[in-house]
Design a protein around this ligand. Structure first.
Ligand code: NDP
Length: 473
């Protein structure tokens, strides 16, 4: 019996996705560059083993699938994907579908789409979020390609996706690179979300002198309120865990140097290219880069000494309430930025990205899943949010309530010398966004002064120059 679908790349994501597909009743042919991994994978598949067809070559893989053949590629992003596509082209025939499910840069997806156009093969760029667990039991899936190609894979993709109250967290979002773009911004938002949580942890640890076991229940408590989300949940769990080797809280023995694989950086690059401010995401990426400069930071701490001011004393309940609301406000601003970047890309590339759908398919399965995404999905459905999430009535109410706390937390952290770059960027963005008359009149004056760039007036239409005399040069 032939398989219905094929999958290349049995790493963390690929192996779990293959098991998920098999579990939903589909026979799947699998291939991995290192064949020993294929054998081990099939041997450990338990009862799902019967639905797996191990293949030792791409020719064997192609032969094992019933045409028209859908083949998922789940390998390291970049050149390996191009290599696999090139190798597959020789084995596949017209109407077959290649699905790149890795974290591709959407520019690569657009290029691959063009390269395969006219070959008779169909290409789909598919973002998958939810890590190992999501891949195995239901990820959030963001699809880019032609609508016709989506129709051909929709059944199996929605079957393996996460469900939010029965609704599949998988959707076709637009042509070529749309799915991978949305996945990239998902990850950018994830960076901001994680960074803000880490900043609040820093205030609790260094500003209030709390240990991991004291901080864990704080996050667990917040997880029952409006911050209810996967990232807060795992934060509480991580803070509870002990290192088996030393018996110490595991977070205390983990080196404070964060890794990254590129999607955060790509979010920032695209935001800049599109001219959309995404300052909280930028701050989060920069924070990871700074974290990697461990020895430099240690030397600087010696050179400058530690600040000994503690401005976080006072009624603990009030401080904790402020921290919770600060996180809420910061999170809303970061999501507003992420959605604004997608909105900008949608216009720039004529993608017509469905914002309510994006919010909906992020409600379960993915890393940033949360209660608040349900509120966001609702806001996008009701109107107001398409300008900016900060303009949706539900979020105006929430921000009005929460921004004073964000302000206090950022101010007190600054005085105490505790870095809160993502929270403070979010606050600055919010304050600049809500300021009807800003300070760029002075920027325009300066630009006209030195470069004769001209300016507009508040009281007359047209372009004007200032009375700078002959001093400009
Ligand atoms: P792993 O490192 O676990 O697995 C990588 C896979 O790619 C292996 O099967 C490996 O084969 C294969 N591979 C690497 N280089 C080549 C090559 N040159 N030619 C052929 N195959 C190659 O990675 P993940 O499963 O974590 O990630 C896979 C993709 O999914 C990436 O794009 C990643 O960004 C994305 N992703 C990962 C998530 C995660 O949480 N881990 C979440 C969402 C997306 P071999 O066994 O021979 O080395």
């Amino acid at each position: 019996e032939k398989a219905e679908i094929g999958l290349i790349g049995l790493g963390t994501m690929g192996s779990n996705l293959a098991l998920n597909i098999a579990e939903k009743g589909h026979r799947i042919a699998v291939f991995n560059r290192t064949p020993e991994k294929t054998d081990a994978f099939v041997a450990n598949a338990g009862t799902l083993r019967d639905r797996l067809v191990p293949c030792k070559s791409l020719a064997e893989l192609a032969e094992a699938i019933r045409p028209p053949r859908p083949v998922i590629i789940m390998v390291l992003a970049g050149q390996p994907v191009d290599d696999q596509i090139a190798a597959l082209r020789g084995e596949l025939a017209a109407n077959d579908i290649i699905i790149d499910a890795g974290n591709a840069n959407f520019h690569d997806t657009v290029r691959r789409f063009k390269e395969l156009e006219g070959s008779g093969l169909t290409f789909i760029g598919m973002g998958v979020s939810g890590g190992e667990e999501g891949a195995r039991h239901g990820p959030s899936i963001m699809v880019g390609g032609t609508e016709a190609s989506w129709k051909r894979v929709e059944k199996v993709i929605t079957a393996i996706s996460a469900k939010f109250k029965g609704e599949p967290c998988a959707a076709w979002l637009g042509p070529d690179g749309a799915g991978h773009f949305v996945k990239t911004i998902h990850n950018g938002i994830e960076y901001a979300d994680m960074q803000m949580i880490a900043e609040i942890y820093g205030v609790l640890r260094d500003g209030l002198g709390m240990g991991p076991k004291e901080i864990a229940p704080v996050f667990a408590g917040w997880n029952k309120g409006r911050l209810d989300s996967y990232l807060i949940e795992i934060t509480a769990k991580a803070l509870e865990a002990d290192d088996p080797k030393t018996g110490r809280p595991v977070v205390d023995i983990i080196l404070d140097r964060a890794g990254q694989k590129g999607t955060g950086k790509w979010s920032v690059i695209e935001a800049q290219q599109l001219g959309i401010p995404a300052t909280a995401i930028e701050a989060a990426v920069a924070a990871r880069v700074l974290s990697s400069l461990k020895s430099e930071r240690e030397a600087a701490e010696k050179a400058y000494g530690k600040l000994s001011v503690t401005t976080f004393s006072g009624a603990r309940d009030e401080v904790l309430k402020d921290l919770e609301l600060a996180l809420l406000a910061g999170k809303i601003a970061a999501y507003a930025q992420g959605f604004a970047v997608m909105s900008g890309a949608s216009k720039e590339f004529n993608w017509n990205l469905p914002m309510p759908t994006i919010a909906r398919i992020w409600r379960a399965g993915c890393i940033i899943r949360s209660q608040m995404l349900d509120t966001m999905a609702e806001a996008f459905g009701k109107g107001g949010a398409e300008v900016n999430l900060l303009m949706a009535p539900a979020f105006i109410d929430m921000m009005k309530q929460a921004h004073p706390s964000l302000r206090r937390v950022v101010a007190r952290a600054a005085e105490a010398g505790l870095p809160v770059p993502a929270l403070s960027s979010a606050l600055a963005y919010f304050d600049a966004y809500r300021q009807g008359r800003g300070t760029s009149n002075l920027i325009q004056a300066q630009r006209d002064f030195f470069g004769a760039h001209g300016f507009e007036r508040i009281d007359a239409a047209g372009a004007f120059h200032g009375p700078w005399g002959g001093t400009q040069g």
